[in-house]
Design a protein around this ligand. Structure first.
Ligand code: DGT
Ligand code: CA
Ligand code: CA
Ligand code: ZN
Length: 597
């Protein structure tokens, strides 16, 4: 197990012990241990373990040393397994309700006998929670809202999580001898920020072995539907997955259909009809006379006794590009297939050349152990170098974000010096920019004085507190920050956490106009939980002249990879390379910072 994975386990142990009402000193020892571990360089941890010197680190008692060593060596911890097994799963599940921590869950359990979410909802409905000491009317309402929110969104999943589940399934399907082609379709292929279910599409002459594998593959919890050429399963992590198997010559039509979106499909079908054609998952055929492609396919099947390659399809179309071409359109990338003008643009030959992951040369909003990150400056830089990035921007939290260990003026000045030193040492090929994620205070002032802000290469500004202000106040607050001469870019426009928390109320159009007028960038925060500013706003904003930066908001080395999720959203927002600052080479970024930061 890596350092950060071990820290996660220690953190979870702390949470579970708290849920059990254990000794607070013991709980704090695990929490402090997790933090001490995060602050260590990964190589340092290896060295200490090898030398048997882990106990020399402040906060690592004998018990902790043993557990860290066991996790590091085996990836398992018997103590942790036993602890997990000793707690009712319903209680652990309650931790997923926003605003409900272990202490409150314990109180609910001890005083009301509440042991799962259903019982909690019932207790709220009977007003019993409001009457508990330390709860009251307001927190009861908040809990109920949290439960409802969880129900409404609990069925969807983050794109990042969904693609991690989908990848091995797709690989497994492709490895089957019967399978000619396999693709993931649906919202996953379109790069939506959240995913309802996975859709797999397979071309195979013989479907039985494919269905058999899919319904028994690792991770299947329940088979919810099974037929000759399709199946649906529920997976262990809560995701559902649909599988459809078609003959090879229908594959491209089925792929287009099951990629969607529904809105895009409806428009495509209308376009086909206007040309006397019928488009469906089965094929593209003349709209009259012969009947639909489905009927045709059924007829051929009935006549020949089994499915022949020529059973559906149409006009020798084998690729999506040919399918679009048959309707007078240029190829429309899946990310644009949302029925938001892509067909008109494809007809006029005006589709944008969308930005790609390979275009990125770095990113600007990343954290280190100096604030709430889990890897040091050197580790983050090494990870950026391993990705081939030309530059990495460090933007740790400012002092008002005390909960995130925001930097005092003195600490920030030390960090700037450390970054300058790192660059001078030329240990890494990646250049490091010294920035900050400076809090926008409740009245729109910034968290540091102008002199300090002027010492940085660039300044990201974000809202992290007073998030319940009304829309007019919040909008004016953010615009005041944007108008500050030292501000380079605005972080996460709405502060939303997908499936967990709505964003704050803000007039995006006004903020976008202010950003353009002040030459301020708005970031596309690429954290899979955020993807903020939303892709639906980018096309118009960028046309007006807004510049984007795709920022992973990484809190650990692994988080840098999240730019891939941001690129999805950028593509859905019709963005091209030139509209994204971090596609520019180092010198170009330096020039931009000199002029506008
Ligand atoms: P999701 O799963 O909610 O994230 O969204 P999708 O887009 O993956 O939707 P899903 O899984 O229900 O269906 C996959 C695609 O199949 C969808 O994007 C378009 C196509 N499709 C499904 N049902 C219909 C329908 O009733 N009409 C049309 N035109 N297309 C459909
Ligand atoms: Ca789907
Ligand atoms: Ca589906
Ligand atoms: Zn932030």
């Amino acid at each position: 197990m890596t350092k950060n994975e071990i820290a996660d386990v220690l953190e979870e142990i702390g949470l579970l012990l708290e849920l059990k009402g254990e000794n607070p000193f013991k709980i704090r020892a695990y929490q402090a241990g997790a933090r001490a571990l995060e602050a260590l360089e990964a190589a340092e941890l290896e060295r200490l373990i090898a030398a048997g010197e882990l106990g020399t680190i402040k906060g690592f008692g004998e018990a902790l040393v043993q557990k860290i060593t066991e996790l590091h060596a085996t990836g398992r911890l018997e103590f942790f397994e036993k602890l997990k097994a000793s707690i009712a799963p319903g209680l652990v599940e309650m931790l997923s309700i926003p605003g409900l921590g272990p202490k409150k869950i314990r109180a609910l359990h001890d005083k009301l006998g509440v042991a799962d979410i259903a019982a909690l909802a019932a207790a709220c409905a009977d007003d019993r929670v409001a009457q508990l000491d330390g709860f009251g009317e307001k927190s009861q309402e908040k809990i109920l809202a949290g439960i409802r929110h969880r129900e409404a969104y609990g069925k969807r999943h983050l794109w990042w999580d969904a693609q991690e589940v989908a990848a091995p399934i797709l690989a497994g399907l492709r490895a089957l001898p019967a399978v000619e082609r396999a693709e993931a379709a649906g919202s996953l292929r379109r790069g939506m920020e959240t995913i309802g279910d996975l859709d797999f599409l397979v071309a195979a002459a013989d479907s039985a072995p494919v269905v058999a594998w899919f319904t028994t593959m690792p991770g299947v919890k329940e088979v919810t539907a099974q037929g000759e050429t399709k199946a649906s399963v529920r997976l262990q992590d809560g995701l559902q997955a649909d599988l459809r198997i078609v003959p090879a010559d229908q594959f491209v039509f089925a792929l287009h259909h099951f990629t969607g979106s529904k809105d895009h499909n409806v428009l495509m079908r209308q376009r086909a009809l206007a040309r006397g054609l019928s488009l469906s998952e089965w094929g593209l055929v003349p709209a009259e006379g012969e009947g639909t492609a489905k009927e045709k396919a059924a007829k051929v099947k009935a006549e020949s006794g089994d499915r022949k390659p020529e059973s559906g399809g149409g006009a020798g179309i084998r690729t999506e590009a040919e399918l679009f071409g048959a309707l007078g359109l240029k190829f429309i990338p899946p990310e644009l297939r949302e029925g938001r003008g892509e067909i008109e643009a494809a007809e006029a030959g005006e589709l944008p050349r969308l930005v790609e992951l390979a275009d990125l040369r770095g990113a600007f909003h990343n954290h280190t152990t100096e604030s709430d990150g889990r890897n040091t400056l050197a580790e983050m830089t090494a990870a950026a170098a391993a990705l081939g990035w030309e530059y990495l921007g460090i933007a740790d939290h400012s002092k008002a974000s005390f909960q995130a260990n925001g930097l005092s003026e003195e600490r920030l000045r030390r960090q700037i010096a450390a970054i300058r030193q790192l660059n001078a040492a030329k240990q890494f090929k990646t250049h490091v920019f010294a920035g900050v994620e400076c809090d926008i205070l409740a009245d729109g002032r910034l968290d540091y004085d102008d002199a300090l802000l002027g010492e940085l290469d660039y300044v990201v500004v974000s809202v992290h507190n007073a998030m319940t202000q009304d829309e007019a106040t919040m909008t004016a607050r953010i615009i005041r920050a944007i108008e500050h001469p030292h501000v380079t870019m605005l972080g996460h426009l709405t502060g939303r956490l997908l499936l967990r928390r709505e964003g704050y109320a803000v007039d995006a159009a006004k903020v976008i106009d202010a950003a353009i007028a002040n030459r301020v960038i708005i970031e596309l925060n690429a954290s899979p939980w955020r993807l903020d500013m939303d892709w639906r706003l980018w096309r118009k904003a960028a046309e007006k002249g807004l510049l984007c930066a795709i920022n992973p908001d990484a809190h650990e080395t692994d988080g840098l990879r999240h730019v891939a999720a941001g690129v999805n959203s950028a593509r859905k927002g019709w963005l091209v390379k030139e509209q994204v600052l971090n596609t520019r080479p180092l010198a170009g970024v330096q020039r931009w910072f000199r002029e506008w930061a």
